[in-house]
Design a protein around this ligand. Structure first.
Ligand code: ARG
Length: 575
């Protein structure tokens, strides 16, 4: 355990038990970073009332019982009853060395859980928009982090590949000509294709009639309709896969578990709910009224699982999916990385699944809400003409702009292209990840590509700079395993920052918050900048100091690289 906050929490709890009785041993010691020491424990103030003693007395009794001689260089009561804790340089250095000697950099592998992660989930029938880009990027980072801490991750791409819109899409496909339509789908023109079909559906009654007739054919498994549908999906998938490859996300065809997959289970899901008395007919539709959900006029809000015309919808599919994930996939935890606008839908689906006994207390289902990506006008991000953005073009633009940023660095064209790809894509991904996942943010190329601030390129640049130190010195960072000694304040600050890494990673897995890792890496890069500016590395005179600084630099590089890898961000060797 290298995280000082965790170590101090344990020690203070032990002291609380010793000083005030075992019933106090699990009180939260309220350890916080402090201006006056490394940390302060505020527990004395919170316990004073319960103990009927003055807070300063409580603090002093705590300090008297506190055994931190090996960890802290200074412990003192201050102010109304804070306990200030200053870590010993030798302890920090020892922990940093332990972290360095651990291949996992101190991140503990835990008892594996089966974590189902539902993410990306674009619609073959509608558009893949920047919102899907964000669910893809955030979901992929969570998948990587969970695998890293030892979980068994099952990726599920809940593709929108079924439903009534396919009636009009199949008819439009026939009108356009199969070959031409499929070519367009595979090249990412699906959004426009959908809009054309929609327009015809809305304005041409004969087309509308054909489209409507096509739906039962599809649902009934008519071979020619199914063949067209398959082709349609295959070509849409080709485009999605191209985007996944460009983004460097880990999703492949084997993770596709689209809406169509659940089609054969829907009737049974409705039956099971009806038989259990959980669903009932209301206005001709089969509905569940999970307790606690009310709409206008305080009327109970229905989750419609079978429409009056016998059709099933999005909610039915999600109920089938949750049942499948618990029963067949044996999920301990299910993360739904989906737009925040669907919050009510998921609350009602989870509540229904609980009523049905599919979701039990030992399975966690969580909606990882994804905030909107906005344009500079503060509205949902679209092109100027109001159409949604073609994602491949967006990524291309990111790479082109990145190339302009590094244009004057003197790289040959091929190297420059490769660096630009990593920087451009990394910038887009980092922008999605660094903001808390449920917040909206404004998509702004200039800001995400900036070489300063909390951006992907800044962190990539930090790694390139450390690598260049080693290149200049002709040293392999892996060989930089000298003893760590902390003389200068900037060395100490850097080492102390490094120690926070394992708990941040564990926290990201626990709370599904990749932005915490971004914040940490940004702070680490800043701590390194502070260190680099005040502590010469290669030119340090004392060989022991030089060794120590090289070791700190190498450890920082490893943590940055591993952290960025967990976020799914590639790093160029030079920049
Ligand atoms: N395809 C849906 C959309 O674009 C997202 C699906 C999310 N996953 C789920 N199990 N409902 O809005």
């Amino acid at each position: 355990m290298v995280d000082p906050q965790v170590v101090l929490t344990e020690r203070v709890q032990r002291a609380l038990g010793a000083a005030f009785g075992p019933e106090y041993a699990d009180a939260d010691p309220l350890i916080r970073p402090s201006q006056f020491a490394d940390y302060q424990a505020n527990v004395a103030l919170s316990l004073a009332k319960r103990l009927r003693r003055a807070p300063r007395d409580v603090a002093q009794a705590l300090v008297d019982a506190l055994d931190v001689a090996d960890v802290c260089a200074g412990v003192e009561v201050s102010g109304p009853g804070f306990v200030n804790l200053t870590l010993a340089d030798t302890w920090i250095a020892g922990q940093a060395e332990a972290m360095r000697d651990d291949e996992a950099l101190g991140v503990a592998r835990r008892a594996p859980q089966t974590v189902v992660i539902d993410y990306s989930a674009p619609n073959a029938a509608k558009e893949m928009h920047v919102g899907h880009l964000r669910t893809t990027i955030v979901g992929d980072a969570l998948a990587r982090v969970h695998e890293h801490v030892g979980d068994h991750v099952i990726r599920q791409n809940h593709l929108g590949d079924w439903g009534t819109p396919f009636g009009m899409l199949m008819e439009h496909l026939l009108d356009v000509g199969e070959e031409e339509a499929l070519r367009r789908l595979a090249s990412g023109d699906g959004n426009a294709f959908y809009q054309e079909a929609r327009h015809k559906f809305d304005t041409d009654p004969a087309f509308e009639e054909r489209a409507r007739r096509r739906v039962p054919l599809l649902q009934g498994g008519d071979p020619e309709s199914m063949r067209l549908w398959h082709e349609f999906i295959e070509h849409s998938k080709r485009y999605f896969n191209q985007i996944y490859r460009e983004l460097g996300v880990t999703l492949t065809d084997e993770h596709i578990a689209g809406e169509s997959m659940y089609n054969p289970m829907l009737a049974d899901v409705c039956d099971e709910l009806e038989r259990a008395g959980i669903a009932r007919i209301s206005d001709g539709a089969l509905c569940v009224f999970p307790p606690g959900f009310t709409g206008r006029d305080d009327q109970p809000l229905p989750l419609i699982i079978r429409k009056s015309d016998g059709g099933y919808g999005y909610a039915t599919t999600d109920l089938a999916a949750i049942r499948y994930r618990v029963r067949e996939l044996k999920a301990d935890r299910i993360l739904y990385v989906v737009g925040a606008t669907q919050a009510l839908h998921f609350q009602m689906v989870f509540a229904t699944a609980r009523m049905a006994g599919w979701l039990t207390d030992d399975v966690r289902a969580e909606h990882v809400q994804i905030g909107n990506v906005l344009g500079e006008d503060g509205k949902i991000f679209r092109t100027r003409s109001g159409k949604s953005i073609k994602l491949s073009e967006l990524l291309e633009e990111a790479v082109e702009r990145a190339e302009a940023v590094i244009a004057d660095r003197g790289y040959d064209p091929e190297t420059r292209k490769e660096i630009a790809r990593k920087v451009g894509i990394g910038a887009v991904k980092y922008a999605d990840l660094s903001v808390s996942h449920d917040s909206e943010y404004v998509f702004d190329f200039d800001r995400m590509l900036a070489l300063t601030g909390n951006t992907g390129p800044y962190l990539q640049y930090a790694t390139a700079r450390i690598r260049s130190i080693f290149r200049k010195g002709g040293i392999d960072p892996e060989q930089a395993t000298g003893a760590i000694r902390l003389g200068e304040p900037a060395e100490r600050a850097l080492a102390l920052t490094l120690l926070g890494y394992p708990s941040v990673v564990e926290k990201v897995a626990e709370a599904s918050e990749p932005h915490r890792l971004c914040t940490f890496l940004f702070e680490l890069a800043q701590a390194f900048t502070g260190f680099y500016e005040s502590c010469p590395v290669l030119t340090a005179e004392d060989p022991a100091v030089r060794e120590s600084r090289l070791a700190l630099s190498a450890l920082t590089l490893r943590v940055l690289l591993q952290g960025l890898d967990l976020l799914g961000i590639e790093v160029p060797e030079r920049m």
